[in-house]
Design a protein around this ligand. Sequence first.
Ligand SMILES: C[S@@+](CC[C@H](N)C(=O)[O-])C[C@H]1O[C@@H](n2cnc3c(N)ncnc32)[C@H](O)[C@@H]1O
Length: 196
Amino acid sequence: MRESNEKIMAICIEYFTEKRKSMGNEYYTPFYAVEPILEFLPKNKIIWCPFDEEWSAFYHLLTEKGFRVIRTSLKEGYDFFEYQPEKWDILVSNPPFSYRDDVLKRAFSFNKPFALLLPVNSIQGKTRYNIFNNEIQLLCFDGRVDYHTRESMHETMKGSYFGSAYFCRNILPTKLEMRRLKKYERPLVGGGEKWE
Ligand SMILES: C[S@@+](CC[C@H](N)C(=O)[O-])C[C@H]1O[C@@H](n2cnc3c(N)ncnc32)[C@H](O)[C@@H]1O
């Protein structure tokens, strides 16, 4: 138990420190945390998931639920800061946390709707205040999202030390929406087994 708490603490410290920059931001969204955004997404638009491998919960669930999805990833040579698909309508994903300001800046620059899952405390900050320009909408939860890691692709790492929320533009009907997280475990298949 103590060992597991220490492991969670180490992951969270890493998440919120500079070390995370070189660690590549490898924390993956569980299926249950994708569910709450679905009700706000139109089926007739093309959704781009720019930080997502083929096993990503965003890619799987959106596709399963009948959305039109384009998925790209850095591993496949598609750098979010340099590339965008020819045709897409809405940006949806969990971006690398340590580049959140640059990600948000680029997301706004497209002038299209987006929903980005980020630590909820990202709402605060002088730089982001300017980036948000009072245009940001939040989808918040009754509990914290526990994420997958490379070592834990079959189950989420329990006991997250931070809350998460979807930071949206032109997606939600109000500036603040609240939803209950209905947690369940579903493995991210194809990820954990294949890491070099
Ligand atoms: C927090 S993870 C989330 C992954 C996935 N979206 C999910 O929710 O499970 C962010 C991912 O973005 C990738 N990434 C980092 N920099 C990137 C960039 N410039 N362009 C595209 N992906 C990047 C990281 O390698 C990492 O896999």
